[in-house]
Design a protein around this ligand. Structure first.
Ligand SMILES: O=C1C[C@@](O)(C(=O)O)C[C@@H](O)[C@@H]1O
Length: 265
């Protein structure tokens, strides 16, 4: 598993790190949720800004980001604006999508920006280079809420993301059968075996996809998303205690001799 260091956290060692999404529509809710989530047993926080009603006001966005950073202290923060096409809460104009991400990099308050691969393929932007120049990591993502693409499509998409400069590559898709789940896991296994240097996340959403949220230590996904207890940012997310329990059971800690590694969390 390839390693990616963000603040004091190293993704890609031991168990997948647990991320909770911060969802709020107004300032009052944002304050309350940021403080509540900051006390949870998670490793990373994702601000899903597509649920925030002031997203078109850049100075409000800066204030909101300041408050989140204050509340979560030193925890790594992913800035995500998820568009409707990919299961998000609202849309914004494409030029503003890039401007907003650029601006979040500029504030120095976020550690990772999540950019949708499809937006980068279809539009000219220097936001990836800008983030890298400013030491903000780039997560490229793709979502399919309808189906699970073939195993080779999953794998190739992750490789394409890496090729386009992603520090972290993520796909979340919808399985409808256990053979879809196996395709997701097989693709993950292939990526970890063939391209060990790529930090990635492959998620199967929905109830039957849950297995993929638990098996990162075995199949290479470096991050897993949990429900905040109040909101799920995608179907199939578990609450943190049950997710942690599952990660402990499925992880390698009982197989030290077999895997030849020390458990680390
Ligand atoms: O891309 C992802 C993964 C996710 O869709 C999930 O399935 O847990 C949840 C989203 O908030 C996040 O941006």
């Amino acid at each position: 598993m390839s390693k990616l260091k963000v603040r004091n956290l190293t993704l890609g060692t031991g168990q997948p790190k647990v991320c909770v999404s911060l969802i709020a529509s107004n300032f009052e809710e944002l304050f309350a949720e940021a403080l509540r989530i900051s006390k949870m047993d998670c490793d990373v926080i994702e601000w899903r800004a597509d649920y925030f009603m002031y997203v078109n006001d850049i100075s409000f966005m800066r204030k909101a980001a300041y408050f989140i950073r204050y509340a979560i202290e030193d925890k790594p923060l992913i800035f995500t604006f998820r568009t409707l096409d990919e299961g998000g809460g609202q849309d914004i104009e494409i030029p503003y999508y890039f401007e907003l991400n650029r601006y979040m990099v500029h504030t120095g308050l976020v550690d990772i920006i999540d950019l949708e691969l499809a937006k980068l393929v279809d539009n000219e932007t220097d936001v990836v280079q800008y983030a890298k120049k400013n030491n903000v990591k780039v997560l490229l993502s793709a979502h399919d809420f309808e189906q699970t693409p073939s195993q080779s499509e999953l794998t190739e998409t992750i490789f394409d993301m890496r090729h386009m400069g992603a520090d972290l590559c993520k796909m979340a898709v919808m399985p409808h059968s256990m053979s879809d789940v196996l395709d997701i896991l097989s693709s993950a296994n292939h990526i970890q075996e063939e391209r060990e240097e790529i930090p990635f996340v492959l998620v199967g959403m929905g109830e039957i996809g849950r297995l993929t949220r638990l098996t990162g230590e075995l199949f290479g996904s470096v991050l897993t998303f949990a429900s905040s207890g109040k909101y799920e940012s995608a179907p199939g997310q578990m609450k943190i205690p049950e997710l942690r329990q599952g990660l402990d059971i499925i992880g390698k800690k009982n197989e030290g001799a077999l895997f030849g590694e020390e458990k680390s969390r």
